[in-house]
Ligand binder design. Sequence first.
Ligand SMILES: O=C[C@H](O)[C@H](O)COP(=O)(O)O
Ligand SMILES: C=C(OP(=O)(O)O)C(=O)O
Length: 446
Amino acid sequence: MNADSSNSFDSWRDLPAAQQPEYPDAAELRAVTEELAGYPPLVFAGECDQLGDRIADVAQGRAFLLQGGDCAEAFDQVGADQIRAKLKTLLQMSAVLTYAAAVPVVKVGRIAGQYSKPRSKPTETRDGVTLPSYRGDSVNGPEFTEEARVPDPRRLLRMYHSSVATLNLVRGFTTGGYADLHQVHSWNQDFVRSSAAGQRYEALAREIDNALNFMRACGAQPAEFESVEFYASHEALLLDYEAALTRTDSRSGRLYDVSGHMVWIGERTRQLDGAHIEFASRIRNPIGVKLGPTTTPEEALALIDRLDPERIPGRLTFITRMGADRIRDRLPTLVEKVTASGATVAWVCDPMHGNTFEAASGHKTRRFDDVLDEVKGFFEVHKELGTHPGGIHVELTGDDVTECVGGGDEIFVDDLHQRYETACDPRLNRSQSLDLAFLVAEMYRS
Ligand SMILES: O=C[C@H](O)[C@H](O)COP(=O)(O)O
Ligand SMILES: C=C(OP(=O)(O)O)C(=O)O
């Protein structure tokens, strides 16, 4: 793959780009992006196409998308234990969904690139002191000091290297035996095992074991069980970074953003006349777009025209994040109008971003019951319309954190301070994630 030099690709630069950092030194940014443009790709175009084929199955009702990971990855969390814990969570969820809902699961991490955050407010005030908001480790530091909050373009280099290290280990785990289906029990070997969800999982893992033993006895040992296909995704927020990692595929001459297999455009940056949608329209990766409760059917149809003019199933995923109280009201018209237009998009539910509130303690949190209710609403709407509820997009971690309230091993509002470790928004912990997988599997089956 070559660094792209075609002028047309630069069209996004003439358009307003929301949520971009204001770097104090433009020359330093230029030097960084030139350096990035010379670095090897994180992923290959062929892998992006393969994910596109898998998402086409999702869009056409033959598979389910499980997309999840941190709200914001952090540079000081790039360690083997943290990465393995996230992967384990996704593998366990996927085992539950595949076995209990009997559906192939397309596994996509919010991982190896999820370092940038759009914010509601440009500044944050504490004890009368106002500083620029933290925008993710790729932009500035979370410490509440003037120095840390200055956007530093050299952080983009660290984002690249952290993503490379993460993806390298993920590839090792997913193809080197760790993700072998015969290991279903070993993913459940830590604190989660004693939780209600962990015990339920253990029972399911025994059933999977029995099924594998039966197949072995019949002489079937499919190689597919020994490794998993796992893809990396993140929000394409910082366009200087994404553009520096956009390359021409030598096979097809087409442009791919090789910073991840799939990228999505967020709710705050999906303006039709903005730089993010223009950028996304130029690359061939599978694209996600977040759709919040104010999205009109006309906007959804215009997004399809811009991002999927050839109507290729798998190209476009609409990730709806309406809120539990609005999903049943807002989603039906969108799905109806998009379906009537003849487009085949994958519909995926993000039950996190429409359900955030601030607890009295000041912690941003989400109720597990609201998360579940939004997913329920999503399934109800699709059932009613005869369309496919294609997947879930969740903020989660493999650790035993206390960031969202509720769940089978209930976390109370008063517990939030105990292990509140997210760099930005609250994530489901491991047992809440498993609880969700079991409940989603039941909904999918019914
Ligand atoms: O993850 C999504 C957004 O970046 C996040 O919800 C913004 O949070 P804020 O409303 O605190 O800025
Ligand atoms: C910012 C995010 O979501 P949204 O764009 O839906 O607010 C996110 O998923 O990190």
